[in-house]
Design a protein around this ligand. Structure first.
Ligand SMILES: N[C@H](CCC[C@H](N)C(=O)O)C(=O)O
Length: 271
């Protein structure tokens, strides 16, 4: 039996999107990892599933899975892609996504750029979560990170170069993060600009990380390093992040791209 999928990306952070709104798909962590495999599967940074929404006012319930099969509560780039997909399918320029991180209103501008309201950052160490109430790590690192969650855990290191990126895997698995963490390395380039690279939990270094960009701006504002509107330059391109002083919500704006549509026989993949 053929199952269709959409292959999309946000600044090179790429996704396989499977639609379960009409047909339940037999997805297990093993099968998700097999589908996400770059050589033996379709290949993606995250696999995304769509189900009927149950939250008031939401158009679709979206879940995000890393290539190791683990589930992520938030995924900014994939959220933009799903919003764009809903717009392509319905003509609705203001789709609302239900996710484990909350209900996220989105909007597609005439120029195609997608804005997602990623909600309020969670800033207590318990929200990340951290095993200890402070940010220090047991590894020799470029200073103590700042921790924030957008519905998924992020630790942001503020650096002058990206040599620390090679420690991303060890940091992701550092015991201070009992649920692991996405590890961001941010180089401040001005009051409204930063350069960011992210080692993503369960995925490794990606070309872009939307929730990581949100967390990095929130963490940088908290440390007085940037203003509340900040351009984040990732390997894959630019995101505009605004942490609203009025609403405390974080708005993320950037592109979403449909690469291709395809079909797959799920039963051909290990369950
Ligand atoms: N690429 C995603 C982040 C995936 C987060 C995932 N790696 C996790 O376990 O939290 C983004 O654009 O926000």
């Amino acid at each position: 039996m053929l199952t269709s999928f959409h292959k999309m990306h946000g600044l090179g952070n790429d996704f396989v999107i499977l639609d379960e709104r009409t047909t339940h798909l037999a997805l297990t962590p093993v099968r998700i990892a097999a589908l996400a495999h770059r050589k033996r599967g379709i290949g993606c940074d995250q696999l995304v599933t769509l189900r009927p929404a149950c939250a008031e006012g939401a158009d679709v319930f979206v879940r995000f899975f890393n290539p190791d099969g683990s589930e992520a509560g938030a995924c900014g780039n994939a959220s933009r892609c799903v919003a764009d997909l809903v717009f392509r399918q319905t003509g609705n320029r203001a789709p609302v996504l239900q996710t484990r991180a909350g209900v996220l209103p989105a909007s597609i501008a005439p120029d195609g750029l997608v804005t997602v309201d990623m909600g309020q950052p969670r800033l207590s160490w318990q929200d990340v979560p951290l095993a200890q109430a402070h940010d220090t790590l047991s590894l020799p690192l470029p200073g103590a990170p700042a921790a924030a969650s957008m519905g998924n855990p992020h630790a942001t290191f503020f650096v002058s170069d990206f040599s620390g990126l090679e420690q991303g895997y060890a940091l992701e698995h550092n015991p201070i993060f009992p649920e692991r963490a996405n590890i961001g390395f941010a180089k401040i380039e001005g009051p409204n600009r930063m350069r960011l690279k992210v080692h993503e939990r369960g995925a490794g270094v990606t070309e872009a990380c939307g929730s990581g960009a949100c967390a990095a701006v929130v963490n940088a504002v908290r440390r007085g390093l940037v203003e509340r509107v900040c351009e984040v330059e990732l390997d894959g391109g630019l995101l505009r992040i605004e942490w609203s002083a009025q609403t405390n919500h974080v708005l993320m704006t950037g592109p979403a791209t449909l690469s291709f549509e395809g079909t797959v026989v799920l039963a051909d993949y290990p369950a």
